[in-house]
Ligand binder design. Structure first.
Ligand SMILES: [Zn+2]
Length: 260
């Protein structure tokens, strides 16, 4: 049973340990009709290398509705993932925008007013991005997860241990709604964790690493000439909205006629 669908992957979150699946990554993307879909759970790092997809790559995968999960966009992949074409950033992300923004955007305030059984994924276009707030979190996974991870290692899995990032990075922004009082939402994009680790190892300094993440995710991606969008989604257990990833082509300025 299940139905094969073509998904353009747009979101991959930082892996989380899981007692049931070892570790999981939340992958989300768009279907050919522009609707959003979540593939969950995916044991990405434990899959054969040949099925490692990347962002903005089409994949073909057989999916089953996850009945335990009340979120309407959640599907469980069954069987192999067939890798397809990758979509580049030519012409200011023309091809990416064609798929990703096909059904327009939502306001964050509106998404939050609804139940996660009605909607749990969205694309929002912030009116103003105010800051990135950095908060210190725990340095270790929970004892339960640690115990489970150690057990996996005992049985000969050779994956690099999953590192806990000791900070959370949160966007503070106003959404499209006039009445918006502002949102502060954690970014769980895989790239945040990867960048933080890379910078910390390079500079051997956590403060510099935090600053580099801010620079990349605030100044570069959300600079004045960028047309920023966020992929947002809920985390099942807490029913909390988070930023799953960014979508940042440049702003398009309407071309003035040459004779004006
Ligand atoms: Zn709002």
């Amino acid at each position: 049973m299940g139905e094969t669908k073509r998904v353009l992957v747009t979101v991959m979150t930082y892996p989380q340990p899981s007692l049931r699946y070892d570790e999981i990554v939340c992958t989300a993307g768009v279907l050919e009709d522009g609707s959003l879909i979540r593939l969950y759970p995916i044991d990405y790092r434990y899959r054969p290398y040949g099925s490692w997809y990347s962002k903005y790559q089409w994949i073909e995968v057989k999916l089953r509705r996850r009945h335990k999960d009340p979120r309407p966009e959640s599907y469980r992949p069954v069987g192999d993932i067939v890798l397809g074409e990758k979509i580049g950033t030519e012409d200011n992300w023309f091809e990416r925008k064609r798929w990703v923004l096909r059904n327009g955007t939502s306001s964050m305030c509106d998404l939050m007013r609804r139940q996660q059984s009605e909607v749990s994924l969205g694309i929002v276009k912030p009116r103003e991005i105010r800051d990135i707030k950095v908060e210190e979190t725990s340095r270790e996974w929970s004892p339960k997860h640690l115990q489970h991870m150690n057990r996996i290692n005992l049985f000969g899995e050779t994956k690099k241990p999953l590192e806990k990032i000791p900070y959370s990075f949160k966007y503070r922004f106003l959404c499209e709604e006039d009445e918006c009082k502002g949102h502060t939402m954690t970014i769980i994009d895989w790239e945040v964790g990867v960048l933080y680790r890379r910078m910390r190892d390079k500079y051997e300094d956590e403060e510099v690493a935090r600053e580099k993440v801010r620079e990349a995710f605030l100044e570069r991606r959300c600079g004045p000439d960028m047309d920023v969008h966020f992929f947002v989604g809920t985390v099942l257990r807490h029913n909390t909205w988070m930023v799953l990833g960014t979508f940042c082509p440049k702003k398009e300025h309407p071309r003035l006629p040459l004779w004006s």
